[in-house]
Write a protein that binds this ligand. Structure first.
Ligand code: FAD
Ligand code: ZN
Length: 459
C-alpha cells in the first residue's frame, strides 16, 4: 500500500517532491522548539492548488491523515506528525506565488506558501503596507500565519492575521476546492466561512491562497525605549499614548529587566538602552507626513505621562537596534516553562503581581530565586510569561497550573496567539466552557467527518 501511495503522489507532484527518505524528510518532522517529533509516510510538496486537491483525495481514499505545514515555526507542535496513525506532511512551500496585487483595491492575492517577509516587501514596492509582522517573518508563511491567526507586534493598530483577510481559497478534507477569493470589504451573504479556517491550525482543511488587505504605507515613524517603574505605570502610559497619539500608536511592548539581561548575556554586543530600569516599554508610532512632527508628538506625550527616562530613536538604524532587543528575547531564554496568555489590558498589572507571588509561595517549593521572563504585547493584553530555566521543566505542570489559575481568575486565555496544537490540546478542556468545545467538535465533524485533517491537534 505504502509504495502504491508514494507512486500516486509522485504522479501528481513529481518524484522529487515526494520525500520519503529519512534524511530528506527529517527537517519536516520536528518542530521549531524541538519539543515535538513524529514519523510520516512521506512529505509531499505540491506546487498548485489542483495538486493539493489530488493529494488530499488520495489520502482520503487511503485513510491517511494530513499534517499541513508552512514555515514550521509554530510553537505548539501543530505542524508536525504525532505518530498516532499514518500521516503525511503536506508542505505548502512551493506554492509561493503572488497571484495579483490590486493597488487601487488595496489587496494582494497570495498563495499559502509565500514567506511573510516577501509579502511585506511586495506591498512596500507598491507603496502599501502589509501590516502583519512578527519575529519569525523571514521564514513563516502566510498559510501558517492565517492557520494560527498569528498576532505579532502590529495588532494594536491593525489587528490579528484574521483582520488582514478578505478572501480565501481552501482545499476541503474530501479534496474539493473552495474558491472564496473575493476582494470585497462588504459581503453579508451568510456565514463568513473563511473565518472558520483562520486559527483552525490545519484541522478543517488546507488554505491554498488568500486575498489580503493592504494599508497606506506610513511615511513617518517614531520609536522609543521608555523606562517605567512597574507594569501599572506601563498600562497607564499605554492609555495616555493612545489618547494623545490615537491610531498612530502601532506597537506597545513590555519587557522585564530579566528579559533585557537575558538578551545582553546572549548577545554581548547589544547595548542596554537604559541600564538599571526595572521595566521598559518599546513604543512605535507610524503616520503619513514628516518624521519631525511625529517625533515631537511622541516627545510631548512622554513628558505628559512623566516617564522617568526614555531613549528616542534618531534614525532607522537606532530604531532597528531597539527592536532587535525585543526580537531577541525569545531565543535568549530558550529552555523554561513557557506561557502565552492574555487578560484584559487593565488586569495586566494585577496578573503579573498575583502570578509571581503565587509562584514564589513557599508551599509550592520551587527552587529559590528562579527567573521570570515577562514580556510581550501589553497593548493587546498578551504576555509571554516564561518561568525558570531548564531545571524547572520537569515541574512544568505545577508551574502552569499556578499561572493558568490566575489567567482563569481574570477571564483570560491560555493561548493568546500561538494556538493549541498538540501542546495545549488537553489543557484547553479545563478552561473552555463545555458548550464551546462541543460546538468546535460539531464544526470539525461537519467539515472533516473522516478526521484526516491534522489529527491530535486542537480538538
Ligand atoms: P507552521 O508552523 O508550519 O504551522 C502552524 C500551524 O498551521 C500548524 O498547525 C499547521 O498544520 C497549520 N498550517 C500551516 N500552513 C497551513 C495551511 N496552508 N493550511 C492549513 N493549515 C496550515 N506567533 C504569533 O502569533 N505572534 C508572534 O509574535 C510570534 N512570534 C514568533 C517568533 C518566533 C521566533 C517564532 C519561531 C514563532 C513565533 N510565532 C508567533 C509563532 C507563529 O505561530 C508562527 O511563527 C507562524 O504564524 C506560523 O507560520 P508557519 O508558516 O511557520 O506555520
Ligand atoms: Zn508574541
Amino acid at each position: 500500500m505504502r509504495n502504491d501511495l508514494l507512486g500516486s503522489f509522485a504522479a501528481v507532484v513529481g518524484e522529487k517532491n515526494v520525500l520519503a527518505g529519512e534524511h530528506d524528510a527529517a527537517p519536516y518532522l520536528t518542530d521549531w522548539r524541538r519539543q515535538f517529533s513524529g514519523p510520516a509516510v512521506c512529505v509531499v510538496r505540491p506546487g498548485a492548488t489542483a495538486e493539493v486537491s489530488a493529494v488530499v483525495r488520495l489520502c482520503a481514499q487511503a485513510g491517511v491523515a494530513i499534517v499541513p505545514q508552512g514555515g514550521n515555526t509554530g510553537l505548539v507542535g501543530g505542524s508536525v506528525p504525532t505518530g498516532a496513525r499514518p500521516e503525511i506532511v503536506l508542505s505548502l512551500s512551493r506554492m509561493n506565488r503572488i497571484r495579483a496585487l490590486d493597488a487601487l483595491n488595496n489587496t494582494l492575492t497570495a498563495e499559502a506558501g509565500c514567506v511573510l517577509a516577501d509579502l511585506q516587501r511586495a506591498a512596500d514596492a507598491a507603496g502599501r503596507l502589509f501590516a502583519l509582522s512578527l519575529a519569525a517573518e523571514g521564514s513563516c508563511q502566510i498559510g501558517g500565519n492565517l492557520s494560527t491567526n498569528a498576532g505579532g507586534v502590529n495588532v494594536l493598530r491593525y489587528g490579528n492575521a484574521r483582520d488582514q483577510v478578505l478572501g480565501m481559497e481552501a482545499v476541503l478534507p474530501d479534496g474539493r476546492i473552495w474558491d472564496g477569493l473575493r476582494g470585497l470589504r462588504k459581503d453579508n451573504t451568510g456565514y463568513d466561512l473563511k473565518q472558520l479556517f483562520i486559527g483552525a491550525e490545519g484541522t478543517l482543511g488546507i488554505i491554498t491562497a488568500a486575498v489580503l488587505k493592504l494599508h497606506p504605507k506610513p511615511t513617518a515613524s517614531a520609536t522609543a525605549w521608555i523606562e517605567v517603574e512597574n507594569p501599572q505605570r506601563a498600562v497607564e502610559m499605554l492609555s495616555h499614548l493612545r489618547g494623545a497619539c490615537g491610531d498612530r500608536l502601532t506597537a506597545f511592548e513590555l519587557l522585564s529587566r530579566t528579559c533585557v539581561d537575558a538578551v545582553l548575556k546572549h548577545r554581548p554586543q547589544v547595548r542596554d538602552p537604559l541600564p538599571g530600569s526595572a521595566w521598559a516599554v518599546l513604543v512605535q508610532l507610524g503616520d503619513s507626513g514628516p518624521d519631525e512632527a511625529l517625533h515631537a508628538l511622541l516627545e510631548r506625550a512622554l513628558e505628559e505621562s512623566a516617564a522617568p527616562d526614555a531613549v528616542l530613536a534618531k534614525n532607522e538604524a537606532d530604531a532597528q537596534a531597539l527592536w532587535a532587543i525585543r526580537e531577541t528575547v525569545p531565543e535568549a531564554q530558550f529552555g523554561n516553562v513557557k506561557h502565552d496568555i492574555s487578560v484584559p489590558v487593565s488586569k495586566i498589572p494585577e496578573f503579573i503581581a498575583r502570578t509571581e507571588s503565587a509562584l514564589r509561595a513557599e508551599a509550592l517549593r520551587l527552587p529559590a530565586g528562579f527567573p521570570i521572563y515577562c514580556f510581550g504585547h501589553v497593548g493587546d493584553g498578551n504576555l509571554h510569561y516564561n518561568v525558570g530555566d531548564a531545571a524547572l521543566i520537569s515541574r512544568r505542570e505545577e508551574v502552569s497550573r499556578v499561572v493558568y489559575e490566575v489567567v482563569d481568575a481574570f477571564g483570560g486565555s491560555i493561548s493568546a496567539e500561538h494556538g493549541l496544537g498538540q501542546l495545549k490540546r488537553a489543557e484547553i478542556g479545563k478552561h473552555k466552557p463545555a458548550l464551546e468545545l462541543e460546538l468546535m467538535r460539531a464544526v470539525k465533524r461537519a467539515l472533516d467527518p473522516q478526521g484526516i485533517m491534522n489529527p491530535g491537534k486542537v480538538v
